[in-house]
Each structure stands twice: as structure tokens, then as C-alpha cells.
Design a protein around this ligand. Structure first.
Ligand code: RP5
Length: 177
């Protein structure tokens, strides 16, 4: 049931005991959009946790989660939500950590509703907002945040960028053939 899914992690396999990044989402229906973020963090060997926190359905859980993140050693929060996507902003209001918002595309308004809800934060409380459904970029930004204080992680990011460049240049070569 929905109540069960909000009370426990989506999958305990995903949740590291000492995470640096928290991936949270408003509903289990957001999971397919948020999973690429988990895959990126795995690829970069960044410990993370993944769970459901709903601003509207579980407001107390959201407050407890947001207020404890810094003390628990997290470095950044990736928060995905669709529709009236208040989760990233409300979490950013209750922690000094960087919050990265992922607008999740719903069935009716193409995700623009969510994008606007997340990006239009009032001055003073920023949420770094990525493109609609682009949890990959949210995770890459989180890796960069961790990398700003960890040269090994920064090196991994540089290698990732180098391999991407190589891949594109390989395609350019193929077109010439
Ligand atoms: C938002 O409402 C969630 O983030 C989700 O994107 C959307 C719909 O949620 P469900 O009704 O599918 O649980 O809060």
C-alpha cells in the first residue's frame, strides 16, 4: 500500500548505511524517472540512499528527513516530484545542504507544471533545477558537489567527460567514412 511504501525505503538494496547523497521522491510512481540517478551514483561509487518523502502526504516525515540530513553526513539531496512539486523547495527550506530538483513529467501537463513549481523558488532558498525527467543530470551534479571536496571523485568526473568526448568524436569519424 501507499502507506507502507512511504514508511520504508523503496528498496533496501539501494540504501547505503552512510550515504553522501539522498535521492527522494514524492511518490513511488516517480521511481522509473529517478532510477537513472541511482545508476549514475552507483557508477561513480558515491554512497546514497533512496526513499519516498512526500511534501503533501507525509509532511512530518519530510520535515524530519530534511532537518536531519546535514547531521547524518549527507552532502546533497536530489528530490524528484511531479505536479504541484513542492518537495524540493520545502526540503531546501529546512536544510542548508544543496538541493537538486528533478521535475517529473505527469500525465496531463507534460511536466512543465512541475518544472515551474521547482524552478520558481523565492530569493534566499535556491533549488538547483534540472530538465524535466533528467535525474541523470541531477546525479551528475551531485557527483560534482561531492567532487569539489574529493579529488578522486573529481578525477572520475573528468574521466567520464573525457570518455563522452571520445565517443562523440568517434561518431564524427564514422560519419566521415
Ligand atoms: C507528486 O504527485 C508525486 O511526486 C508524483 O509525481 C505525483 C503523482 O503521485 P501519485 O498519485 O502517482 O502517487 O506528489
Amino acid at each position: 500500500s501507499l502507506q507502507e511504501t512511504v514508511d520504508k525505503p523503496v528498496s533496501s538494496d539501494f540504501s547505503h548505511p552512510h550515504p553522501l547523497i539522498g535521492i527522494i521522491m514524492g511518490s513511488d510512481s516517480d521511481l522509473p524517472v529517478m532510477l537513472p540517478a541511482a545508476q549514475i551514483l552507483k557508477r561513480f561509487a558515491i554512497p546514497f540512499e533512496l526513499t519516498i518523502v512526500s511534501a503533501h502526504r507525509t509532511p512530518d516525515r519530510m520535515q524530519v528527513y530534511a532537518r536531519q540530513t546535514a547531521a547524518r553526513g549527507l552532502r546533497a539531496i536530489i528530490a524528484g516530484a511531479g505536479g504541484a512539486a513542492h518537495l524540493p523547495g520545502m526540503v531546501a527550506a529546512q536544510t542548508a545542504l544543496p538541493v537538486i530538483g528533478v521535475p517529473v513529467k505527469g500525465s496531463t501537463l507534460d511536466g512543465v507544471d512541475s518544472l515551474h513549481s521547482i524552478v520558481q523558488m523565492p530569493r534566499g532558498i535556491p533549488v538547483a533545477t534540472v530538465a524535466i525527467n533528467n535525474s541523470t543530470n541531477a546525479a551528475l551534479l551531485a557527483v560534482r558537489i561531492v567532487g569539489s571536496a574529493d579529488v578522486e571523485v573529481l578525477q572520475r568526473m573528468q574521466e567520464y567527460m573525457d570518455s563522452m568526448e571520445k565517443e562523440v568524436l568517434g561518431k564524427v569519424e564514422k560519419l566521415r567514412e
